[in-house]
Structure formats: structure tokens, C-alpha cells
Write a protein that binds this ligand. Structure first.
Ligand code: ZN
Ligand code: ZN
Ligand code: ZN
Length: 284
């Protein structure tokens, strides 16, 4: 599998357009790896994780077309991960010459948000109607914690995140041809039950991508800071969930708690993990 990061910022973007903190000012001055779109990722040019609000600008800025998307998995419905307008951009209404249908695995909350956006879009029809799914060029399927689905060549296993009350995001364990990826944002600390369940199902990851929102900060509401990030890695190692040569990447990087890229890289390196950037491609 080839994983490409399309976005690696937390919910407000990095730099945050409205923020004049020193991290955002440095990011503007340096550009390059310091410019982060809201989090999403692409596998093999055909499998998208999260239809976020920056997909269009990330695709254009990085020179990565999304014309080959056949599959997508949605972590949750938060506004930095789901922009239902992306469905409109894939619809019959905007004159696409290529019509590649997309299977969309989504949490119940994400399906509900998309449905509320498009209910009544065509008089008397809902997002669930086959005619509307045809219009948007999508087939959607709900997925719940600890369920598994096959999306083409990909085995997808849903892991419950811990992201706050009234929301149940999913993290995704994904396997193709014996290679395994764990994409794990947004979440704060996970209970031992999660690691035990992954171990029971025989998961052992070659690449892990994990929430690093609060970086050097003390706050952890709904997300991880660097101390908890490292504790997660230790727990995964203790449960036999990491391959000997596993590579670890931090994503969902927030401007308020993570210094600019080079400084963040220097902080992470002694602890055996890397800071992802927009456009980074990793062979899983
Ligand atoms: Zn988020
Ligand atoms: Zn800032
Ligand atoms: Zn979230």
C-alpha cells in the first residue's frame, strides 16, 4: 500500500488563517512542510480517508488528483473531517467526464450529517435513495465499532475512538496484501480493551498514523498530546501490535501546541516517531 497524506492539520488549519501566534507566523514565512491542510489521507490513489473541507485545495496544491477514488472511509462527522459538499463536486450536476463510483464506509454520525445536508436536495428524496446515490456517484454503508468490511482489495476493521461525549468516531485498521496500516485520529487515550481486541484479531501494523493534536501541551480533551502518544506506542508494542520495523507518524497537528515542522521533528525523533506533512508518501 502507498499512503499519501493530503492534510495533517488539526481542525483550525496550520497556519490558522485567523491566528497571529508565533507558530502560525513562522509557518507563513517558511511555507513548505509548515503549510498543513485539514487531516485526510489517500491510499494507492483510490482509497480516501475522510472527505474533509480542504480536499479540493489540498489536491490542487499538492498536484494529487482524486480522479481514481473508488473507496472511502469516514472517521467521523466533525467539520474538519467531513464536508458534504465534496459529494456535490462528484455529482452528475457538475459535468464530470469520468464517472468512477465510490463506496463510502461511514460512521452513523457521518451518514446522519450527510443525510441532513442533502435531505430535500431533490424534492421528496433523501440521501439514502438509490437515485440520489446515483446522482452523487456514491454507495454508502454504515460501519460500527469492531465491524469489518472488504472494500475491493482492502480489509477494513473499525476501532472505536475516544473523542468525547455524543460522538463515536472510528479509527481504521487497513490491510492489503499482508501489509497493515493503523489510521488513528481523532482520539484521546484508548482503553486496554482496544489493544487487546486488535491483538486478538491478529493485527500487527507496519505503519501507524496517530493523533498528535496537543503535542507539547497539557490539554488532551478529545485528542492526544505527545506524552500520551508515546504511551500509546508503548501499549501497542506491549500488545505485539507493532512490526519490528514499524514506522510511526504524528498527524492532526495543532498550531497552539506543536512548534513548526523542523522543531516538531526534532522533538519527536528521540522517541522514535516522525511528524507527517502534507504530500508525504509512505510505502506501507
Ligand atoms: Zn479533527
Ligand atoms: Zn496560531
Ligand atoms: Zn474530531
Amino acid at each position: 500500500m502507498r499512503l499519501t497524506f493530503l492534510g495533517t492539520a488539526a481542525s483550525e488549519g496550520y497556519p490558522n488563517a485567523f491566528c497571529a501566534c508565533s507558530n502560525c507566523e513562522t509557518a507563513r514565512a517558511r511555507g513548505g512542510r509548515d503549510i498543513r491542510h485539514r487531516s485526510s489521507a489517500l491510499i494507492d490513489g483510490q482509497f480516501l480517508i475522510d472527505l474533509g473541507p480542504d480536499l479540493q485545495s489540498a489536491s490542487a496544491a499538492l498536484g494529487i488528483p482524486l480522479t481514481g477514488i473508488r473507496y472511502a472511509a469516514q472517521t467521523h462527522e466533525h467539520i474538519d473531517h467531513l464536508e458534504p459538499g465534496n459529494f456535490f463536486s462528484r455529482s452528475d450536476m457538475v459535468g464530470l467526464p469520468n464517472k468512477v463510483p465510490m463506496e463510502w464506509l461511514a460512521t452513523a454520525g457521518a451518514l446522519d450529517r450527510a443525510s441532513r445536508t442533502f435531505d430535500g436536495f431533490q424534492p421528496g428524496q433523501s440521501f439514502a435513495d438509490p437515485t440520489i446515490q446515483d446522482l452523487f456517484n456514491v454507495r454508502h454503508t454504515a460501519i460500527a465499532p469492531y465491524e469489518e468490511r472488504q472494500l475491493g482489495p482492502y480489509r477494513v476493521f473499525a476501532v472505536p475512538a475516544n473523542h468525547g461525549r455524543n460522538i463515536q468516531p472510528l479509527l481504521y485498521a487497513i490491510e492489503r496484501d499482508g501489509r497493515r496500516l493503523f489510521y488513528a485520529t481523532d482520539t484521546t487515550t484508548l482503553p486496554a480493551e482496544v489493544w487487546q481486541t486488535l491483538a486478538t484479531h491478529g493485527w500487527r501494523f507496519d505503519v501507524v498514523v496517530m493523533d498528535h493534536t496537543f503535542g507539547t501541551g497539557d490539554r488532551t480533551a478529545g485528542h492526544l498530546n505527545a506524552v500520551e502518544f508515546r504511551a500509546h506506542l508503548a501499549a501497542m508494542r506491549a500488545h505485539g501490535l507493532l512490526a519490528d520495523d514499524a514506522r510511526i507518524y504524528a498527524t492532526h497537528i495543532a498550531h497552539h501546541s506543536n512548534p513548526p515542522h523542523d522543531e516538531s521533528v526534532a522533538l519527536a525523533a528521540p522517541h522514535g516517531y516522525q511528524i507527517a506533512w502534507d504530500g508525504l508518501t509512505v510505502e506501507v
